[in-house]
Write a protein that binds this ligand. Structure first.
Ligand SMILES: [Zn+2]
Length: 148
């Protein structure tokens, strides 16, 4: 844990203010229940992450929200060594990754990688979700390396 009791690698809770819209609200409602879901087009089956009003393949609007296992693979990542805001100064360095989600082919989620020395994060490493409760109804899905 870092000095302010945040998980190692997690951004300050004050940077996690959500602004859900009709397309993202089901995602955030699920994360508050510690469930990882992904919008899936009910017409052609394409997963949409981030959720969007129209399917980028068939332009349909209707979606279902299947629950995912909460695991995946680091598709790519960067190590942030310069604070984007002064409140983040005590949290450097941290890893921001694009995680390819198991159970949702083609869907990728941008998230922090927690609890790891940034030098051990690699493309292709297995990760699993770790729920970061930053408020009474706000939970951010972050990930940690499997077998780290
Ligand atoms: Zn579609």
């Amino acid at each position: 844990m870092s000095a302010d009791s945040r998980p190692l690698g997690a951004l300050p809770a004050s940077l996690a203010e959500l602004h859900p819209d009709p397309w993202t609200e089901p995602f955030w409602r699920a994360t508050a229940e510690h469930r990882l879901v992904c919008a899936r087009c009910t017409s052609c089956g394409t997963f949409r992450m981030p959720p969007a009003p129209f399917c980028h393949v068939c332009r349909a609007q209707e979606v279902a929200w299947p629950e995912l296992p909460g695991t995946g693979v680091v598709y790519t990542f960067t190590v942030v060594r310069h604070a984007v805001a002064t409140v983040a100064l005590g949290h450097l360095p941290y890893v921001v990754a694009v995680v390819e989600l198991d159970g949702a082919p083609g869907a990728r989620l941008i998230a922090n990688i927690l609890g790891a020395d940034p030098s051990v994060v690699e493309i292709g490493r297995r990760v699993h979700v770790r729920w970061d409760d930053v408020g009474p109804r706000t939970t951010i899905p972050r990930f940690e390396l499997v077998d780290s």
